[in-house]
Write a protein that binds this ligand. Structure first.
Ligand SMILES: NC(=O)c1ccc[n+]([C@@H]2O[C@H](COP(=O)([O-])OP(=O)(O)OC[C@H]3O[C@@H](n4cnc5c(N)ncnc54)[C@H](OP(=O)(O)O)[C@@H]3O)[C@@H](O)[C@H]2O)c1
Length: 331
């Protein structure tokens, strides 16, 4: 594959939003590489998905040290494809990575000590063949490491030029507020918070969004489709080529209950009335509040990606639609 990016990729097909008070703009939809880019995934589809995303104006690609199966292979495969297709376009791309979950054996390969974060980012840069990442995240709050130590490590990573911006992910509200304060004091303001947000999982609305609005920090949503549940995929059982059927995935077949399928069917009808697929409606729903700068799209095929990117064509929900969705989900 000799990739030449689409010359029309910035013709308005994608929207960009300023991330909180920063001068950095993010595409409304970004591509996540958690699953489907590791060694057990099709490398030709992975390459096509990356190229399609870039052609459609997606400039942000989200990774973590442990993404892919086996862990680390999403970064190494991304690195190969970056070198082959995107090296000339580095300055048009926002590449993020993270550390916080178990990555290597022993006391220094997990959680959020300075030792782990700095060593892990060095490994990530090597795997991806990059000099720096655009955003480096503390992937989760570590109750056993002083938050000052974790934030100082993020600050020093920026000062060393290994990341341009820093973010936090999965932090509970109180720890998030403290982290934002320390990073501001350190003059390396937090750019963005990455958290799970979808029609069925709305924890961010109970404090995190307020904290981000107050500090004018951006938000990027993940698992907007609840790992594929909020699509038409499971309406007629569990397909073989689905995440719920994959033994390496965190979505278990038992969680697709009849009750859940009933709700998905009803949501599917709401989506149809809006002229959207359920996946498009689920993504659009996460973007309806201005506090959300971008939402991550996780896809296993180019077909899913192409269709999901159309979600940005209608992100407005009227009160009636919101009530219908809430009634279906919460009764
Ligand atoms: N910070 C964190 O702790 C954290 C945690 C999780 C994720 N993330 C980030 O968020 C990204 C997205 O997360 P996610 O993968 O959980 O997202 P998701 O969007 O909830 O689920 C993605 C899965 O949904 C299915 N899907 C997508 N579009 C579809 C469509 N049009 N029709 C039918 N099925 C469709 C595919 O599953 P099949 O494989 O079954 O086709 C796809 O792999 C990750 O890649 C990562 O970057 C971050």
């Amino acid at each position: 594959m000799n990739y030449q990016p689409n010359e029309n990729r910035y013709d308005g097909r994608m929207e960009y939003r300023y991330c909180g008070k920063s001068g950095l703009q993010l595409p409304r939809l970004s591509l996540g590489l958690w699953q489907n880019f590791g060694d057990i995934s099709s490398q030709s589809e992975a390459e096509k998905m990356l190229c399609m995303a870039f052609d459609e104006g997606v400039t942000h690609f989200d990774l973590a040290n442990n993404y892919g199966y086996p862990a680390g292979t999403a970064e190494s495969n991304f690195g190969k494809l970056f070198k082959k297709n995107f090296a000339a376009h580095r300055d048009e791309m926002l590449i993020s990575t993270k550390a916080g979950y178990m990555m290597w054996a022993g006391p220094y390969g997990d959680w959020s000590s300075r030792k782990y974060l700095i060593s892990s980012l060095d490994q990530s840069l090597k795997r991806m063949g990059l000099d720096y990442v655009d955003i480096f995240y503390s992937h989760r709050y570590d109750p056993n490491t002083p938050i000052e130590e974790t934030m100082q490590a993020l600050t020093d990573i920026v000062r060393q030029g290994k990341a341009l911006y820093v973010g936090i992910s999965n932090y509970p509200e109180e720890a998030a507020r403290k982290a934002l304060w320390i990073l501001a004091e350190n003059k390396t303001p937090c750019l963005i918070y990455q958290g799970r947000y979808n029609m069925m999982y709305r924890d961010a609305e109970n404090g995190i969004f307020d904290a981000l609005r107050e500090s004018r920090v951006g938000y990027i949503s993940f698992s907007c489709l609840a790992q594929g549940v909020l699509s038409d995929k499971y309406l007629k059982g569990i397909p073989k080529n689905s995440r719920a059927a994959d033994p390496h995935s965190e979505l278990h077949a038992e969680s697709i209950t009849d009750e859940l399928v009933g709700k998905i069917k009803a949501l599917n009808e709401v989506a149809k009335k809006r002229g959207q697929t359920l996946a498009q409606m689920a993504l659009a729903w996460t973007l309806r509040d201005d506090v959300v700068t971008s939402s991550l799209v996780g896809v296993s095929t180019c077909k899913q990606l192409k269709s999901n990117l159309d979600a940005i064509k209608n992100t407005h929900f009227d009160a009636e639609e919101c009530q219908a969705i809430d009634r279906i989900i919460f009764g």
